[in-house]
Design a binder for this molecule. Structure first.
Ligand SMILES: Cc1ncc(COP(=O)(O)O)c(C=O)c1O
Length: 374
């Protein structure tokens, strides 16, 4: 049986060749700021995003962690995040000993609802982290207004949103800073890796120190830091992947249009929404069950049984996970989050899908829904 994974990194000869070149060069690290690949990758990425600075790290999680460390938060300080996200969005807050506050999402884009933010904001709120989930940007304008009004740092979790846009501007250049992941499932990969983007020079300088043992020059630590550096081999892969990113996103968008057209007849499903002000980067093609009689988990199981790598992101919202349930976490009503987590599932939309794959996924999904209606 043919297997169609939910996501697949597309690595070509270009990535193989550049990695070989790095290995032959013997320069494998950017430890003393002398890694040409990391420099080039950071430069190319900031140009792509349209921002002034980009600092590469060894994961999206370490990028987020470094960004919060740079803000020197105190234990009373609160950071507002959605509960409907990948766990790293929230755990990094605990790593810097600040307080997690969950806010609800809006049901169409699955991103932070600016209206709900006002209900959990307090004088201790220092950071808001909107997540551009599945490649659709959060509604940033009202969030920027809240952040400016209350002097709150706005940090985009753009780990799933390479190439998406908000009102004509790229995600990653919409707020004070942003973090991306280059995990192999993402729209582009470096193996493992991450990057922080910002227009703030002081913030960028702090990040450079934090990801390199707090050194302001070699072996001269002036603040607490880590080894969060991106290796040269990863940066080299990133250079080639970034060149292909626009093409990858176009193919994802084409695949999404195919599903939008073909699945439109299924009344029991709500198709993913692309707001007028957004350009989706289609990291995930996520459908929502509209009909109470349709069994979401059975759909996913039936697709999986046919070799289609459908999945549920995210079955358990963070506030209901055992780890977070043990803590007293401040949150308002998270009913949309809880409803959505019971209703969504994602199907493959990645650029490696052939026309036959697309037809196969469409046909299987149509048949499965028909069967459930019988
Ligand atoms: C929304 C979100 N935040 C953070 C991360 C963490 O990135 P990484 O897996 O590169 O550490 C991911 C990646 O999986 C993510 O999807």
């Amino acid at each position: 049986m043919k297997k169609i994974p939910i996501n697949l990194p597309l690595i070509g000869k270009e990535e193989q060749q550049i990695v070989l070149n790095v290995l032959k060069s013997g320069v494998l690290t950017n430890k003393s700021g002398q890694g040409p690949m990391v420099h080039k990758f950071e430069n190319n990425f900031s140009n792509y995003i349209g921002c002034r600075y980009a600092i590469a790290t060894n994961s999206g999680t370490s990028a987020l962690h470094a960004a919060l460390l740079a803000l020197d938060l105190k234990p009373r300080d609160e950071v507002i995040v959605p509960s409907f996200t990948f766990v790293a969005t929230a755990t990094i807050i605990l790593h810097v000993h600040a307080k997690v506050v969950f806010a609800d999402i809006e049901p169409e884009t699955f991103t932070l609802d600016p209206i709900k933010i006002n209900k959990v904001i307090s004088k201790n709120t220092k950071v808001i982290i909107p997540v551009h989930l599945f490649g659709h940007p959060a509604d940033m304008k009202p969030l920027i207004e809240i952040a400016e009004d209350k002097n709150i740092f706005l940090l985009e979790d753009a780990c799933q949103a390479h190439g998406s846009e908000y009102r004509g501007k790229k995600s990653g250049n919409l707020s004070d800073a942003a973090c991306f992941s280059f995990y192999p499932s993402k729209n582009m990969t470096t193996g493992e890796g991450g990057i922080i983007t910002t227009n703030n020079e002081e913030f960028a300088d702090k990040i450079r120190m934090i990801i390199n043992h707090g050194e302001n020059k070699a072996y001269n630590t002036i603040r607490l830091g880590h080894n969060f550096r991106m290796p040269e081999i990863s940066a080299a892969i990133g250079i080639e992947q970034l060149k292909k990113l626009p093409e990858f996103i176009n193919k994802r968008a084409k695949n999404a249009s195919y599903f939008n057209l073909k699945l439109n007849n299924i009344n029991e499903l709500r198709l993913p929404i692309e707001k007028k002000w957004a350009k989706h980067s289609w990291y995930m093609y996520t459908l929502t069950i509209k009909d109470k009689n349709i069994d979401r988990n059975l759909i996913v199981k039936s697709l999986n049984d046919s070799g289609i790598g459908a999945g549920v992101y995210y079955q358990i919202p963070l506030h209901l996970m055992p780890f977070f349930q043990k803590m007293k976490i401040k949150n308002d009503d998270l009913s949309i989050t809880e409803q959505i987590s019971k209703k969504v599932f994602s199907i493959p939309v990645h650029p490696a899908l052939s026309n036959e794959d697309l037809d196969f996924i469409n046909e299987k999904l149509q048949t499965i829904i028909k069967k459930q209606n019988e």
